[in-house]
Design a protein around this ligand. Structure first.
Ligand SMILES: [Fe+2]
Length: 387
């Protein structure tokens, strides 16, 4: 029996009407002044008022509402400067994955005036503990509320800031906040969560605890994502997707993601494709590539079973291909691209993408099947043609 450890947010508050709790949570962290890190979207969806008002009743509040999607290092430095200037003792991140990642950067910057954001890049590089932070997701998928990672684009490459100081002190999840997500965003963020769960489950960094998070997330997504996509006002489906995204975040926040995200980060950053769309596209190809390994087949058979596929009497190989086929079918039903060719990625760029992918050593080290440059080229060719 091996030894393992998991880390996760200190406290998770889940339910409808979270605005009634946020003031008490902020006070519970002993805060006097909060900086709310967010983007313009939350105003449109009516969440801004719900967060700002109760916070202002208990403490001083500054707002930074200019976070860009898929932030670059320069954008992250802007957030860091604003966080230092605000002289706050609490960060409240309200939004999707990019916003929550920037809230993590803000909380690290506020207590580390000597370090620029580039000095945070890598593992355990944040010197002093971050100021406390509350994360409030408005999408169901990125899992950023649950992970110790913040992602920043540096020279067209996604780089991670990995530190336990990035973990939230409090996560507030209100599934009604996700109900206004347009179907497109519901689809891509939901499939991002599925890719987190499946990649974490296949990762060599997985353990029995992350496996139980991952499998439950897979089951919930298979049962609820298509419903949340086609009937956005179905609160039960939204609630299950919020739970699934959180569980998948707790799985990959510990077990890590593998080759699918390594591939997705390369073309996602280069062609400015939303992260969920690129992670979703890479997912079935990553599964196919790994399915030939013993041990992986059996795991993918479990994935198929959690997704509700009938695998009785099947070999591991047959059951694994059922899981792959189901994921491809989900992509089609959710109107998501299934081939890089559909995204106008030039075929000539594939070797360059494969080279960039083979440099994603951290992700590839956890992949159950070894990936050399040649393998990456083949995987990209399949992703391109959809064959
Ligand atoms: Fe992801």
């Amino acid at each position: 029996m091996g030894m393992y450890a998991v880390q996760m947010p200190k406290r998770v508050v889940f339910g409808v009407g979270i605005e009634e709790k946020i003031g008490a949570e902020a006070k519970g962290l002993g805060a006097k002044k909060a900086l709310v890190v967010t983007d313009a979207i939350i105003e449109k969806i009516g969440v801004r008022e719900k967060i700002e008002k109760p916070l202002k009743e208990v403490l001083e509040v500054d707002i930074l509402d200019k976070v860009e999607p898929e932030p670059t290092l320069a954008a992250a430095e802007t957030v860091a400067r604003a966080a230092r200037a605000a002289k706050c003792d609490l960060i409240v991140g309200v939004g999707g994955g990019s916003v929550m990642d920037m809230a993590k950067v803000a909380s690290a910057a506020a207590s580390n005036p000597e370090q620029g954001v580039s000095a945070f890049l890598g593992a355990n590089k944040i010197a002093n503990p971050s100021v406390p932070k509350i994360l409030v997701p408005t999408t169901a998928g990125t899992g950023a509320e649950a992970t110790p990672f913040a992602l920043v684009i540096v020279e067209e490459k996604k780089k991670a800031i990995a530190s336990p100081y990035n973990l939230a002190d409090v996560v507030l999840i209100d599934p009604t906040f996700t109900a206004t997500m347009p179907p497109k965003v519901t689809a891509s963020t939901g499939m991002d969560a599925l890719s987190h769960a499946i990649e974490a489950f296949l990762s060599t960094g997985s353990n029995p605890l992350t496996d139980s998070f991952a499998l439950e997330a897979i089951r919930k997504i298979a049962n609820n994502l298509e419903e949340a996509f086609s009937h956005g006002d179905n609160l039960d489906a939204r609630l299950k997707m919020s739970l699934a995204a959180l569980l998948a975040g707790m799985a990959f926040g510990n077990a890590g993601v593998i080759a699918g995200h390594a591939a997705a980060h390369t073309f996602g950053a280069k062609y400015k494709i939303p992260h969920g769309v690129s992670a979703a596209l890479a997912l079935p190809y990553m599964m196919e590539y790994n399915a030939v390994e013993n041990g992986v087949k059996e795991k993918l058979a479990k994935v198929a079973r959690e997704m509700g596929e009938d695998i009785s009497g099947m070999t591991g190989e047959e059951a694994a291909s059922k899981a792959v086929a189901r994921v491809k079918k989900m992509l089609e039903k959710l109107d998501l691209p299934t081939r890089l060719a559909d995204l106008d990625v030039p075929k000539d760029d594939l070797p360059g993408l494969a080279e960039a992918m083979s440099k994603e050593k951290g992700y590839l080290a956890r992949n159950p099947r070894k990936i050399e440059y040649e393998d990456a080229v083949k995987m990209f060719e399949r992703m391109w043609s959809g064959e």
